[in-house]
Unconditional design. Structure first.
Length: 151
């Protein structure tokens, strides 16, 4: 029962993160970095919800790969989990950066410098989402359920 509640809570937190990316006034991305022109461009192109969706999906996917695909007794220590956290925290912002850069380039604007700052935000969001996903789905793993912290 406790494990199901954690799964539901993790899904709820992820859905709230996605929902907050749609908000015009309380946008989760605009809270960390604010440049009116850049934010307006991303909001107009509808990139905030896409970035939130990519962040959630990729972070949950990396957690699922760790707990259910790798799922090895030889890869069940906290530092192995940390490696997966670092991979998720670098791949997710890279994918989001490419998607944003392509969308902005096709719109005819260049925000190269601000996209770097935006990528740093994605590192934070990807890490937090990976942690939420880990604590939501780790309980059903046969070998890695004690990672990163024992039950």
């Amino acid at each position: 029962m406790k494990h199901t509640i954690l799964l539901i809570a993790g899904i709820a937190v992820s859905l709230v993160f996605i929902a907050l990316s749609y908000s015009e006034n309380a946008n989760v991305y605009e809270q960390l970095a604010f440049n009116q022109e850049f934010n307006d461009e991303l909001f107009t192109l509808g990139l905030y919800p896409l970035m939130a969706l990519l962040t959630v999906l990729l972070s949950w996917a990396f957690a699922a790969v760790y707990y259910y695909v790798i799922n090895s007794v030889y890869f069940d220590r906290w530092y192995h989990w940390l490696v997966m956290l670092l991979v998720a925290s670098t791949v997710t912002p890279a994918v989001c950066h490419v998607v944003c850069d392509n969308a902005l380039s096709s719109d005819g604007v260049d925000y190269s410098m601000l996209l770097g700052q935006f990528a740093v935000q994605h590192v934070i969001f990807a890490a937090l989402t990976f942690i939420v996903a880990s604590y939501s789905i780790r309980w059903w793993s046969s070998n890695c359920r004690h990672t990163p912290l024992p039950q």
